[in-house]
Ligand binder design. Sequence first.
Ligand code: SF4
Length: 452
Amino acid sequence: MEAVRKSSSVSNNGVVSKLPLYRSAPPLEVRLEDFELYAIDRLRVLKGISDGLSRGKKPDEMAKLVLDLWKTNMKNQHSSEVVNKDIISHFVLRLVYCRTEELRKWFLSMETTLFRYRFRVETTEVQRALMAEFDLPYKAVSNAEYESVKDKLNQVMRAIGQSTTSTDAIFYKVPFEEVPELVAGRKVFIQKGNAYIAMNQVVSLVITQFRSHLSKALVLTNRKWTSMIREQEKDRLAPIIEALSTSYLGPDYSQPREHAEISLKDIDQIAKSSFPLCMRHLFQKLREDHHLKHGGRMQLGLFLKGVGLKLDDALAFWRAEFSRKVGAERFDKEYAYGIRHNYGKEGKRTDYTPYSCQKIISSAPGVGDHHGCPYRHFSEENLRAALTRMGVGSRPLEDVMDKVRNRHYQLACTLTFEAVHGSSCDAGVNHPNQYYNDSQRILESKKSSSNP
Ligand code: SF4
C-alpha cells in the first residue's frame, strides 16, 4: 500500500497529497472484514453525494456536504490508515459498480464529484503535484507568453469576478475542447483554439482526466469480473460484491421505537396518518380483498412488526382479514406459520428485519401483487390519484412527479412526506419504518404543542 501511496501522491518536488488518483489497484492483502466495512463507509459518502445532487444543492452547499461526509465516514485514528481505507474502498466499489452500465454511470458520477471537491481544497502545490501525476501534456505558459496575453487574461478574470493573485498568475494552455465546462460558462480566454486556464481553474482539466481514466478502468474491471474474478471468487468475494450494490446503510428497524406499541383499534387511523404510500396501499388492499400474496404479506407484515404490532395482535389482525376469504381454519394451517416466522418464532428463529426502500424499490411485483414501491411501480395515473387521496396539493404533486420521472423514487417519497406533514425531512426517506417514526414524532409534537 505504501508503494501505491508514494507513486500516486508524492510529486517530483516532494509535495505529499492525501488525495490518491487510483491509477492501479494496491498490491496488498486486505482482511475480508475491512474489505466490506471500508466499502460500506465509502458507499455512505457516495450515497450522501447522490442525495445532495438530486436535491439540487448549490456548489458551495455541495462542497460542505462532501467534506462533512468524508470526515464523518472515512476517518481513522492513523492517518496512513485513512489513505489505505480510501484506496481499498475505492477499488472494492469499482468491483461492485463495474457490473452494469447503470451502476458504472452512477459510480463514475459520484466518484468524480467526490474527487472534484477534495481536489478543490488542496493547496496550489498539491494541485500542481497531482497535475504532474496525471502526466498531462500541458506546460505552464512561459513568462514571455504570459506577458503578451496578460491584459486579456485579466479581463476575463475580472469578468468572472476573480482577481489574479500571484498563484493565479500560473496559467496552462490547453485545447479548448478539453475544458467544456469552462468554455460553456465563458470563464476562459481562448486564442487560436487554446484555452488559458488559471491555476484555480485546473480542477476542470483534472476532472476531465479523472473521469475519462475511471470510465475506461470500469469497463476493464467489468471484463475481468465476468471473465475471471466472479468464478474464482464465487464463494468468498462475489456474494459480498453482489450484496453491496443494493445494501441498505441506515439503522435497523426490526425493533419498534422505544415504548412504541400500536393497538389494533388504532391501526386504521395510524395507517392513514403515518404509513408511507407503499404500506398504505398494501393495507388498503388487504382490507378490500382480505388477502395479500406472499410478497405483500412479507413487506407489510415486517413493517407492522417494526412499528410495534405485537405477535398476538398481528395474528389476530391477519386472521380477521384472511378468514373472510379463505376461512379461519385454512388461515391457521397455511398462513399463521409465516407470521410467526417473521417474528422469529418458527424455522431458523431469526428475527426478520423490515424491508428498506432500496429493497422494496428493486423488487419486481408481478400480476396480482401489491407490494413494491408505488413511486416506481404504479402507472402515472394511479400514482397521481393515490397522492391526491393522501392530501398532496397540486403544486407539490408536480414536484413529486418530476422526481419520479427522473427515477428519484425516495426523493419523491420525501417530498410527499413534507407535503403531507408540512414539515421538512432533511435526512430523506430511506426506510418505510423511518417514514413512520418521523411522522409519529411530528404528529406527537403537534399534539403536545396544541395541548400544553
Ligand atoms: Fe415505501 Fe420507500 Fe417507496 Fe416511500 S420510497 S413508498 S417508503 S418504498
